[in-house]
Design a binder for this molecule. Structure first.
Ligand code: ZN
Length: 236
């Protein structure tokens, strides 16, 4: 029925190597955690790349063979080169899906694709209730109405992002702030999901409900057609 969805997980991979407390949370790196739970799915195949690899882990060939790119970045956003941004932008415009996690809202790639400052309110050390406000959306399939994140960084509105196509999740923080925590966009032929949870100091990506959302998002973001692929890559 369904063919294999080829996922590339790109992780900056700085905090997990440099800060022992974060290495303890994600001993295999955030990318390793994401690869582990996605690899349980029969229809998903995962490749991982990191910032310090040759070409920052991103080449035209890799992206041509990637259905969905997952991006986590924070400390070294500005080290991502113009060439990397260009390759990712072109692949998204041609139909590759993109999932930007947590602080990747401020990645050069998201700022480029969204065209706004991507600024938000921010505070360290909070807890979040993640409400699913679009239960009929494919990314919400099998997801509970509310997910408790006992330790999460506060991201609060206003979030300077273009008007989304759908808001699937709304975050409420114990500090009283609210945030559009899961939103979808389309740029060119590419589907984009921004998902706020995943501060590196807490094992958020180990929570089964969060894994369910990211897995659903991979299937939602997988291209229907791909303008830069071989002819058999275009939907009949
Ligand atoms: Zn964070």
């Amino acid at each position: 029925m369904s063919r294999t969805i080829r996922v590339t997980v790109w992780n900056e991979y700085v905090h997990e190597r440099e800060i022992p407390a974060i290495a303890a949370v994600y001993p295999e790196g955030i990318h390793g955690c994401i690869r582990r739970f996605l690899s349980r799915e029969e229809d998903i195949a995962v490749t991982c790349v990191t910032l310090d690899m040759p070409h920052q882990g991103i080449t035209r060939e890799l992206l041509a063979g990637t259905d969905v790119l997952i991006w986590w970045s924070h400390a070294r956003q500005e080290d991502v080169t113009d060439e990397t941004v260009r390759l990712v932008r072109e692949a998204v415009h041609a139909g590759m899906g993109l999932i930007a996690l947590h602080s990747a809202h401020f990645s050069r790639i998201m700022r480029d694709l969204m065209g706004t400052t991507m600024t938000l309110h921010w505070r360290h050390g909070d807890s979040e209730k993640l409400w699913c406000i679009a239960p009929a959306h494919p990314i919400a399939r099998g997801v509970p109405a509310c997910i408790d994140l006992p330790a999460e960084e506060m991201y609060g509105e206003p979030f300077d992002i273009p008007r989304p196509d759908d808001i699937v999740f709304l975050g409420w923080f114990a500090s009283g702030h609210v945030f559009r925590s899961g939103m979808t966009f389309i740029r060119g032929m590419g589907r984009i999901f921004y998902f706020q949870p995943g501060h590196e100091e807490a094992p958020v990506y180990e929570q089964p409900e969060i894994q369910r959302i990211i897995t659903n998002a991979v299937r939602w973001a997988a291209p229907v057609c791909r303008l830069d692929g071989p002819p058999d890559n275009v939907a009949e």
